[in-house]
Design a protein around this ligand. Structure first.
Ligand code: SF4
Ligand code: SF4
Length: 385
C-alpha cells in the first residue's frame, strides 16, 4: 500500500481511504456485524485512513467503524468523521459539541480529524466564525485532546473552496474530484500548496463507473485495466491529492482497490501515458458532442442544455448508462442533487421541456443541432432505470 504524508500532520496516510458511507445495512442503517469484515480486510491490506460521518447510516455508521477497529493499533489509524454546520442551529457551538460527544461515544475513541460537513463559504463567513459557534467549539475540543485536527468537506464552487483553504484554519479537506468532474482542481492545487491534506470523495464517480466491457484496452492491446482502477489512478496521478476515499461495500472492491493502491508505482511511464491517452480520447469524443461551455444558455424555457448533454455523454462515451438515466430523472426536481458532479444543486429542466423555438442554435460554437439532440436525449435517457 502506497502512503503519503497527510498535509502537515506528520501522519503517513494510505493513498486509498476507506469511505464508510456505503457499508452494508438494512433500511439505511449500517450493520456493524456485516460491515466489520470489510473494514478489517481493508485495514489488513494497509488502509489506515477511514472516513465516516455523524449522519451516515442513520447514526450507526460511526458505531460500525468503532466496532470494526477494535483490536487494531489505534495510533496507526487516521479516523475522520464529519458534523454538519449548514444551518444557524447546527452551527451553534453547543449543538455542534453535543453531536461531537455523541460521535465520540459511538466511535469509542478520539477523532484524528473532524470535518465541518458540506461547508459552504457563506456559512463559514456568516456563521462559523462568530463567537460561540462551531469553529470555536472545535478549537476547544482540540485543546481537550478529543480531536487532533479540524478540516472541512465541501461541494461548494472551486472558487469558494479556495477561499476556505486561504483562511489557513484547516489541516485537511475532503472534496469531489474524478475524471468526469475536474472542477475542484484549482482548489486542490492551492490546498496542497498551503500544506493541507487533500482527500477526495467520488474518485470513481459513484463507485460504479464502468465501461460496457468493464475494461479499457489501448489500441495495441498492450494495456488492459479495469475501469474503476483507471478512475482511481487518475485521481492518484494528481500530485496534490493525498487520499482517494472509495466508498466500498463488497470484499471484491476492497481487494481490487487495495491492489491498485499497492501497484501504483509499478506502472511504467509507457503504461501511465497509455492510461492518460485512453482517458483523453474519451474526453475528446465527449467534447465533440458538447464541451459544456453553456454559451447556449439561458434557454427561455429553462432547459439546462449543457447538463442534459453531459448525462448523454456519460451514456454514450463513458458507458455509465444507469447513472445517466438516474441523473436525468432528477433534473428539474426541487433540490435536485447529482452525487457524481460537484457544485451541489443543479437547476433547470430536462430535455423534454424543449419547445424547439431555435433560440439557442446560433449561440453554439460547436454548431450542435440542439433541439434535435435534446429530442434524442429525452428519448434515450427518459427510459426508466
Ligand atoms: S430550442 Fe429548446 S433548448 Fe433551445 S432555446 Fe428553444 S426551448 Fe431552449
Ligand atoms: S453552446 Fe453548444 S457546446 Fe456549449 S454547452 Fe451549449 S450545446 Fe454544449
Amino acid at each position: 500500500m502506497q502512503t503519503k504524508l497527510y498535509g502537515q500532520t506528520g501522519f503517513r496516510a494510505s493513498i486509498l481511504g476507506f469511505g464508510a458511507m456505503r457499508l452494508p445495512g438494512d433500511d439505511g442503517k449500517t450493520d456493524p456485524e456485516r460491515s466489520a469484515p470489510l473494514v478489517r480486510r481493508g485495514l489488513d491490506l494497509g488502509i489506515n485512513y477511514i472516513d465516516t460521518a455523524h449522519g451516515y447510516g442513520k447514526g450507526n455508521n460511526e458505531v460500525a467503524v468503532g466496532y470494526a477497529i477494535q483490536g487494531y493499533d489505534r495510533s496507526k489509524l487516521f479516523l475522520v468523521t464529519k458534523i454538519p454546520v449548514g444551518s444557524e442551529e447546527d452551527a451553534q457551538g453547543s449543538t455542534w459539541r453535543r453531536k461531537l460527544d455523541l460521535s465520540l461515544e459511538r466511535l469509542g475513541t478520539t477523532i484524528d480529524m473532524i470535518l465541518f460537513h458540506g461547508l459552504r463559504w457563506n456559512v463559514y463567513e456568516t456563521l462559523l466564525t462568530r463567537p460561540n459557534m462551531a469553529l470555536e467549539a472545535a478549537r476547544k475540543a482540540q485543546a481537550e485532546g478529543l480531536v487532533r485536527y479540524v478540516g472541512f468537506s465541501s461541494h461548494d464552487s472551486a472558487e469558494n473552496i479556495t477561499k476556505l483553504v486561504e483562511t489557513g484554519e484547516f489541516a485537511g479537506m475532503l472534496v469531489q474530484y474524478n475524471y468526469l468532474d475536474r472542477h475542484t482542481e484549482p482548489a486542490i492545487a492551492r490546498a496542497a500548496a498551503r500544506g493541507m491534506g487533500v482527500s477526495i470523495m467520488g474518485p470513481v464517480a459513484g463507485g460504479r463507473l464502468a465501461l460496457p466491457q468493464g475494461t479499457l484496452v489501448d489500441t495495441e492491446g498492450a494495456l488492459e485495466v479495469k475501469t474503476p482502477e483507471v478512475a482511481l489512478r487518475f485521481v492518484w496521478n494528481n500530485p496534490a491529492v493525498t487520499v482517494a476515499c472509495s466508498g466500498m461495500n463488497t470484499m471484491e472492491q476492497v481487494e481490487e482497490n487495495a491492489a491498485a493502491a499497492s501497484r501504483l508505482d509499478s506502472l511504467d511511464d509507457q503504461e501511465r501515458a497509455a492510461v492518460h491517452a485512453l482517458m483523453e480520447k474519451n474526453q475528446k469524443l465527449a467534447d465533440l458532442y458538447c464541451t459544456g461551455c453553456e454559451y447556449c444558455m439561458p434557454c427561455p424555457n429553462n432547459v439546462n442544455i449543457a447538463e442534459n448533454f453531459r448525462y448523454m455523454n456519460w451514456f454514450r462515451v463513458w458507458g455509465m448508462e444507469d447513472q445517466a438515466r438516474e441523473a436525468y430523472a432528477r433534473l428539474g426536481k426541487d433540490g435536485n442533487w447529482v452525487p457524481w458532479v460537484g457544485g451541489g444543486i443543479i437547476h433547470g429542466l430536462k430535455a423534454d421541456a424543449c419547445t424547439e423555438c431555435g433560440e439557442c442554435l446560433s449561440k453554439c460554437p460547436q454548431d450542435i443541432p440542439i433541439p434535435d439532440q435534446l429530442k434524442d436525449v429525452a428519448d434515450t435517457l427518459g427510459q426508466p432505470v
